[in-house]
Design a protein. Structure first.
Length: 173
């Protein structure tokens, strides 16, 4: 049965200390390792919301704004911003600090999309709705339809003429 769930119910927080095996030859965290952890945190969040298995459908723009050093501690927070029909958008934010907790700052963020699947048929299944509560949750929820249009157009899954909000960007006036 489809129900309405709160953002807090699936919020997922993951902490990692950067070890030698996670770094590049300059002693900074490798971008691919960070993306793997972000994908895991976001996937756990989406699966908790859907109460089902999920697969990553896409990852929006990711930029690496700060070098993350060997011995730093990162905290990855994943929250569900919007549930559509069988897909969900998850916002992931990464913060970095010294091992002592000092110098805490935001490193980067990204939006991930997941699709819930029936584990036997491997077909997409409907997901629970989300009810945003505070202004930040509501703002991300409202803007999610525009981000969805953009990623579906860029991945060739939606024709620009079928878009609502972003049609003008892609079609000549
Ligand atoms: C994602 C996947 C399940 C979509 O399956 P599909 O049969 O094409 O399903 P549909 O066309 O019916 O789309 C299902 C949902 O996926 C969404 N979707 C499809 N491609 C998407 C993309 N690139 N970005 C975001 N959402 C996407 C659709 O919008 C739809 O969402 P909705 O039901 O909420 O409207 C399928 O492409 C797949 O299994 N991909 C591989 C996933 C994977 O292995 N990930 C790990 C990679 S290493």
């Amino acid at each position: 049965m489809i129900k309405e769930k709160r953002v807090e119910e699936s919020k997922t927080i993951m902490t990692e200390m950067i070890m030698p095996n996670d770094t590049n030859p300059l002693g900074n965290l490798m971008g691919g390792n960070l993306m793997r952890w972000m994908d895991i945190a976001a996937g756990v969040c989406a699966a908790k919301h859907a109460e089902a298995h999920v697969v990553t459908a896409s990852v929006d723009h990711v930029s690496f704004d700060l070098p993350i050093k060997l011995g730093n501690v990162i905290t990855i927070t994943a929250i569900l911003t919007r549930a559509f029909n069988t897909s969900m958008e998850v916002y992931v934010e990464v913060q970095v600090a010294e091992i002592t907790g000092a110098n805490l700052r935001k490193s980067n963020h990204a939006y991930f999309s997941f699709v819930a699947l029936n584990a036997e048929t491997m077909k997409p299944i409907k997901v629970h709705k989300i009810s945003p509560e505070n202004p930040s949750e509501k703002a991300k929820y409202e803007a999610a339809t525009r981000r969805r249009e953009l990623r579906l157009i860029l991945s060739g899954r939606m024709k620009p003429e079928d878009a609502n909000d972003l049609k003008e960007i892609f079609l000549p006036s």
